[in-house]
Design a binder for this molecule. Structure first.
Ligand code: FCB
Length: 451
């Protein structure tokens, strides 16, 4: 089968030699080895063990066994000519209790990964927090407890001291809106808490930690590039009725603005999302300054567009999203609309913030139901998705937007949080029974494209 659309308008040269190309992963989704080498328990270990939390009753205990197979997988990154590899550090491998004694086996593991990357000519990009809070800290209130600023700073310090001599690019956090929204408001991600009284303090402390983590890192490693990543969706109103337009604005504020604006010194956008006025009680004197940090770059992670409409019954935002499956639009296996201009629109939006110096797309990709035929996995839809989104990144770049890099989500099929192993996002197919890897045609395409 031929690709449905070959997007010939893009080639690597059009992005210039300095443009960063990479692939992104997260510890919990790939590592497995959930209790190896004195690792402490984390909130996903506990959440996955509860009935009905993960689709299909799946768990991440083995995942794709990256913990043991990292050499082979980094070899595949090299084989695909991918120069930059984003991965995260599991806090509970380094500090099994979240604080206190350091686990040398955890440090050794990440030193091995980093060293092997460098030996293969692959640049390591570290995410410090990709959602796997040590359970010992969750027991003390997790992100709702203000002490997390001290706990998190300690974790950042340990990582900076141990890995900072070799790692030049760091991201403090992955998508605070998702781990606070899904984990502390909706209860569909670990630790499964719900309601505003969990959500608001978690949001505030996550933002405080982004800035505190940035300062801690800069203090120890003044010369490295420090960023943090945000989940973004392009939001449009369902109609041109004023109520829908205002609803879309509240959704845009919640999903795209709440976490970045305090960091840039703009405070919480409470005029556009009145429920944020309830945040007051968690804000201590000096916090508005303490939430600010001058990041070297911002990571944008974008997959889709959402359509918002007014809803009387939805508390706090009074808006709901019109499901993509009811809109007669192309969908991925996550039920997300395929809408390449979304990445262009969000790049243009973030580019307008004065305080943002540099943007990288730190995640973009798609889940489709891949099939093995013979020894091949042909995934034309993913190729087309990547080509069309990358073309929109180029469009924004050509219009002067300060976007400097792009990372595909993700290297291999893996554990997709509450969705378990059903959605396959990888450039590389994994048979989860045998751990056999097969490079998909999208992996081949991306490798040829960035060669
Ligand atoms: C992002 C997450 C990442 C992955 C992709 C599909 O929100 O950062 O871990 O699950 O979505």
């Amino acid at each position: 089968m031929e690709l449905t659309t070959q997007n010939t308008s893009i080639n690597k040269q059009l992005f210039g030699d300095d443009f960063i190309w990479g692939v992104a992963t997260a510890a919990l989704q790939i590592e497995g080895a959930h209790d190896a080498d004195n690792k402490g328990e984390n909130i996903w270990d506990v959440f996955s063990a509860k009935k009905g939390k993960i689709s299909g009753g799946h768990h991440h205990y083995i995942a794709v066994d990256f913990y043991n197979r990292y050499r082979d997988d980094i070899d595949l990154i090299k084989q695909l000519n991918i120069p930059n590899f984003r991965f995260s550090i599991a806090w509970s491998r380094i500090l099994p209790n979240g604080e206190g004694p350091v686990n040398q086996a955890g440090i050794d593991h990440y030193n091995n990964v980093i060293n092997y990357c460098l030996e293969q000519g692959v640049e390591p990009w570290i995410t410090l927090y990709h959602w796997d809070l040590p359970q010992a800290l969750e027991v003390k209130g997790g992100w709702t407890n203000r002490d997390i600023i001290a706990w998190f700073t300690e974790f950042v310090n340990v990582c900076a001291h141990n890995f900072g001599d070799r790692v030049k690019h760091w991201m403090i956090m992955n998508e605070p809106s998702v781990f606070t929204g899904a984990g502390y408001f909706l209860g569909i991600h670990a630790p499964g808490r719900t309601g505003l009284s969990n959500f608001l303090p978690a949001v505030h402390h996550a933002i405080m930690c982004m800035a505190a983590g940035g300062r801690a890192l800069r203090n120890i490693l003044p010369d490295v590039q420090i960023g943090t990543t945000f989940s973004c969706s392009y939001i449009e109103p369902a109609s041109d009725k004023l109520k829908d337009i205002e609803a879309a604005k509240r959704v845009d504020t919640l999903l795209n603005r709440v976490y970045i604006e305090p960091v840039l010194g703009l405070g919480y956008p409470k005029e556009d999302l009145p429920v944020l006025k309830k945040m007051e009680k968690y804000i201590h004197p000096g916090d508005m300054e303490a939430m600010q940090f001058d990041f070297d770059f911002i990571g944008i992670q974008l997959y889709t567009r959402e359509i918002a409409e007014y809803s009387f019954f939805t508390p706090y935002v009074h808006a709901s999203l019109v499901k993509a499956k009811n809109r007669n639009v192309p969908l991925t296996d996550m039920g997300w609309e395929v809408y390449p201009p979304a990445i262009y629109e969000i790049l243009k939006k973030f580019d307008k913030y004065d305080g943002i110096k540099k943007i990288y797309i730190t995640e973009n990709g798609a889940a489709f139901p891949d099939e093995v035929k013979g020894d091949k996995v042909h995934d034309p839809k993913r190729v087309e998705y990547l080509q069309n989104y990358i073309a929109q990144v180029l469009k924004a770049k050509n219009e002067g937007c300060k976007v400097h890099g792009y990372f595909v989500w993700t290297l291999t099929d893996n554990f997709e949080w509450a969705e378990g192993y059903n959605p396959r996002f990888g450039l590389i197919y994994v048979d989860f029974e045998t751990q056999q890897r097969i490079i998909k045609s999208s992996g081949q395409w991306y490798g040829d494209f960035i060669k």
